[in-house]
Design a protein around this ligand. Structure first.
Ligand SMILES: *Cc1c(COP(=O)(O)O)cnc(C)c1O
Length: 387
């Protein structure tokens, strides 16, 4: 009896004991991170300023070919300051996709500006240009033209940049690009984050490169970069010490974390290539399963930050999601759109039903750059067993 109980216990523990957790998108610290950190400690630049920050900014602006970069403590802060330096004020209207992470939209609220949410198109899951123009015309008719568009490249997939910029140009609307998850993604030979008046990247722990937490604002305009730096470091007046003419923020990236960023950036191409290989592996291995992937179009080269796919129904998506979790594999349903969130139920929303459907049927799979072939096979096996 005792033996039976014991062996039952053992066999029920077995999956937990043997199956290592596969994370959605864990940090991949295989480069010069520790060497550069040692350098920071030895030089005593444990501060929100220092040479690593400058190096990180210079290297990133060179990598994506943009004139100026300002390192900040998160992409959320970068979006907040981006809106501020573009002159967005309380009561101004700000356009944004509804289908995104909440940090794209919250900075609109920080300022007391008004979010205008727009649904997505089916090809890239990013803002629908047709609906965008409808939204702008309708808001103009109501008496107030939106001042800026937050253009998100979701899941690393470039949005329909040409179509969107034609519209923002036509109506003279500024563009803040939320490329938080799209570092290294390319649209027609140009890096995401470099199309707008300002662009934003994230170095959160789950992004394509990480500083544990961090962000960057990039721009071609010196005055916008200078203003961002000024606001991010408590808005100190030059050469005075403690005199302030504006309300600033404490949003600068630490020199310690910038060292991690410098090392991670050296590996960006590797990371993009590996995530693109993950995507190909999944597509190939699941070719006989009834799913459809978010895929490149002829104009895009996505970094495939998270390989994401749609199932035929909510029920089968849930079955797969729960089976993966039971196998100690992390996965996520696609974003809950902002118009469905309690905090944004009041927001004006231009709908075509697409984002609701994506949230119902879509899933992101483990996509980290350190995944082994065995890991990828394990994920695919669980998915196939659901059919
Ligand atoms: C991750 C992410 C953010 C927030 O980035 P943080 O650096 O964590 O503040 C914003 N927008 C999108 C689209 C993201 O994926």
């Amino acid at each position: 009896m005792l033996f039976i109980t014991f062996s039952f216990l053992l066999s029920s523990l077995k999956p937990l004991l043997l199956k290592e957790k596969i994370y959605l998108s864990p940090p991949d610290l295989k480069g010069n991170e520790q060497a550069l950190l040692k350098n920071v400690f030895e030089s005593n630049w444990i501060a929100p300023q220092g040479p690593m920050i400058t190096t990180f900014e210079n290297n990133l602006s060179k990598t994506v070919s943009v004139s100026y970069a300002v390192a900040l403590n998160s992409a959320t802060s970068a979006i907040h300051l981006g809106l501020k330096v573009l002159g967005i004020k309380k009561g101004d209207k700000v356009l944004c996709t509804t289908f995104t992470f909440v940090a794209s939209v919250n900075p609109i609220s920080y300022i007391g500006a008004v979010p205008i949410l727009v649904d997505v198109e089916k090809e890239t899951w990013n803002i629908c240009p047709v609906l965008l123009e409808k939204a702008i015309l309708s808001e103009i008719e109501k008496g107030q033209k939106p001042k800026v568009l937050i253009l998100v490249h979701g899941y690393g997939m470039p949005a329909k940049v040409d179509e969107v910029l034609a519209i923002t140009k036509k109506y003279n609307i500024l563009v803040l690009e939320d490329a938080a998850s799209a570092l290294g993604s390319i649209y027609k030979n140009q890096y995401c984050g470099t199309f707008g008046d300002v662009g934003v990247f994230s170095f959160n722990g789950n992004k394509i490169i990480t500083t544990s937490g961090g962000g960057m604002l990039v721009t071609y305009k010196k005055e916008l970069a200078d203003k961002t730096l000024y606001l991010s470091t408590q808005a100190k007046e030059a050469n005075t010490g403690y005199e302030h003419h504006q309300i600033g923020f404490n949003y600068r990236l630490s020199n310690v974390l910038a060292a991690i960023g410098v090392a991670q950036l050296e590996l960006l191409n590797d990371f993009v290539n590996k995530r693109r290989e993950n995507h190909l592996f999944y597509k190939n291995e699941l070719r006989d399963v009834e799913v459809s992937f978010l895929e490149d179009t002829i104009n895009t080269k996505s970094n495939f930050w998270l390989t994401s796919l749609l199932f035929n129904s909510h029920e089968i998506k849930e079955k797969v999601r729960l089976s993966l979790l039971a196998d100690n594999i992390e996965c996520r349903s696609l974003w809950m759109p902002m118009h469905q969130q309690k905090i944004y139920q009041f927001a004006i929303f231009y709908s075509n039903g697409n984002s609701d459907d994506l949230h119902q049927r879509g899933l992101s799979l483990p996509s980290g750059s350190s995944m082994s072939t065995n890991d990828l096979q394990r994920v695919c096996k669980v998915i196939k067993n659901c059919f």
